[in-house]
Write a protein that binds this ligand. Sequence first.
Ligand code: ARG
Length: 840
Amino acid sequence: MYSAAYTNENHHAERVDFLTNRDKSPSKKRTTGVVIGVLLGVLVLAAVAAFLIWFFAFKDATEGGRISKRRAGAVQVFSGHLTLENVEYDQKLEDTLSPEFGALADDLEEIMAATYKKDPFLAEYYTKSVITAFSEGVVAYHWTQFDIPPSDLEVLPEFTEELIQEKLWTGVQEHGRKSRQNIQIKEVTASYTDPRMARNSRAQECFSRLEATDVVQAFHSPGFPVKYPAKSRCQWQIRAPENHAISLRFTQFHVEDDCSNDFVSIYDSLSPDSSQAITEKCGQRPPSNPLQVVSSSNILLVNLITDSSTQRPGFRAEYSLIPISTPKSCGGLLTNVQGEFSSPHHPSFYPPALDCKWTIQVAAGQKVRVKFNMFRMKEPGVDVRECHKDYVEVMGRKYCGELSSLSLTSPTNTMDISFHSDESYTDKGFIATYNAFNPKDPCPGLFACAVGICIAKDLKCDGWNDCGDMSDEMDCKCEKEQFACDNGMCKPNYWVCDRVNDCGDDSDEKQCSCGDNEWRCGDGTCVPQDVVCDTRKDCEDGSDEASCKVSPGICSDYSFTCKDKSCVNKVNAECDRVADCSDESDETNCDCGIRPYKLNRIVGGQNAELGEWPWQVSLHFKTRGHTCGASIISDRWLLSAAHCFKTISPENHMASSWQTYSGMQDQTKQAGVERRGLKTIVSHPDYNPMSYDYDIALLELSEPLTFSNTIHPVCLPAPSHVFPAGLPCWVTGWGTLREGAMRASRLLQKAEVKIINDTVCNVVTEGQVTSRMLCSGFLSGGVDACQGDSGGPLVCFEESGKWFQSGIVSWGEGCARRNKPGVYTRVTKLRDWIRTTTGV
Ligand code: ARG
């Protein structure tokens, strides 16, 4: 009754166990009265009581859980292992159905039961102990369940791992000696365990035992690849011969997105105890990012837990044995001028409980520079300043978590890099490159940044963070047209009060407040306070009307217009998962802007992953291959730039000259890609090939697209949608990787760029931008779209969890030049034209 949630989910396999459990506490209350009674009477009464309690508990749970919620108690499960001293290992113990398993498991279960039942505190809550497996050693894997009724919930904090371990340790010594076989136990562990993973391996329900060999074998979740059943509690025990480890790789993985409903958890043990968890995952993983783990010894446990709502295809996994990783088999001495090294088994998760050490030694007089190109050692509940669990240690400092860039330089010609993984939770680890350099002249003819990279001398003190660590902008004397930041840096005057923290200490944005009765617009100008939310645009960027919850129904350029023509004064109200219009029209047609695949960001790299930008389209012109980009806005319509089509060559205007490729990442790969011809090309009637004003085109496909994990539309912003200055957005495309390069990129590229405020945009483009354009990029240069990216999308992620297209790649002076950001067609300005042309 009190463990309704648990009962509910386990009612088949474990119902019998709950009978005992349920009858326990009431019968206990009764005991005082009936101890003197006839023993038979007690038993009958208890059995009847048990039946009634079970009956009502079960009924409660199935009747929507209303009563059970009110009375819910708590279930505490602890699992771990016992190492037995005087028992000989017998292979038959691995078979849970063998008499050998039965005999030893029964004995141990009795010892554990006696331990807990004799304890004055725990006896009251003890329900059962189960032995689930044995491995060499002899190690027995166990779990124990305690049920705490709602009336006793205040004792819950007393159920600590320390308490259970201590009681178990003293109890099993004592009761082990008294047991039939005089079992001696030399080690015990017990850790918090998710009750859903406490399985009875003798029940054999959705339970499998697998033997890893050197041939790759596979298993899959029940119902794969259609869908797994609801309320699954499945377990796979994988073993390898002694002195081997196991490698497990999920070739397909598609579990519901919310890990609190469905998930797969993997343990470096045969017990699901949290201290030996390797990882817990849910969601869908693309083939380019498979989940791959390695055990530290010859055992591994995989669990699948599902609830009742959304069922997904599940997983297929391959396993095989590999040599055990030892501190000797990883790390080592590296003496080349340059090279690469990585965490053990990268890109698989590294194994738990492993230490490795690399020593890089270069010629005397030289120094070592190490750059981590990918670094992921994330663990739940770890403070990344302390890194008390898994870490990499270099020069006395520990690193953990996820780092996007890490470059280190040694003070001498050697550098030691230590890697440590503890017993629980592992991750993808790292890849690093190293090289030797001459400390007297680390950057011949150039400026040496503190991070170790070299930049041109005239980039020092120019206001731009060229080093990436600001070391080129420290200790500078500011010029006349520069602003002196409080931290000693110099920045161009026109960056002051632009709502972007350019100094890094916010000093360029500090004295920007307006007068007492004034309001500060997004671009820094001041307007009288009483024009805010007066339904008229007073700030150039409209920020005075952007968030006016107080004026319901009043319509301005900055309100969202519902289908019934009423207005919502809320910033970015469309598709934000909150129905703001009374007709809910702000939340219709919102199946857009999401990535069906779950992706791990590859830090530092700029190659996009398959499915990362599912709205991106490649436009091929005749036999010339990739020419422009576009984005999917519906199954029949693509959005692109007019300048891709309106050229002097009439062939560019013709729909038949073009082929479109959706779901593509690699230009040389066709799998999962949908090719469509074009039916019509509608370029904006006001497109101006001189100024690139109205650089927008709509492309109607010959046949509709079928959406998939890699093909999905982006959300279009309402005309009132605000993309504020400083907002980080992403531009994607197969355009050239450098200005002046001849070839388009083979792999889809992504770059993070920031929205630039309109005043600054106008200054840096010398007045060439119109209100149909917006700037995005970095004034410091270095990141931008380029030739071949045109027509492709600039997308921004909204808090509601969706990607909206803010721009279309249009033009720029060169690519990634300093002070020359990319210029994009402003989608909000042309939203209505898109709707009237396509109905989208
Ligand atoms: N017009 C170029 C094209 O046709 C795109 C230029 C974008 N340039 C830039 N610097 N953002 O592909």
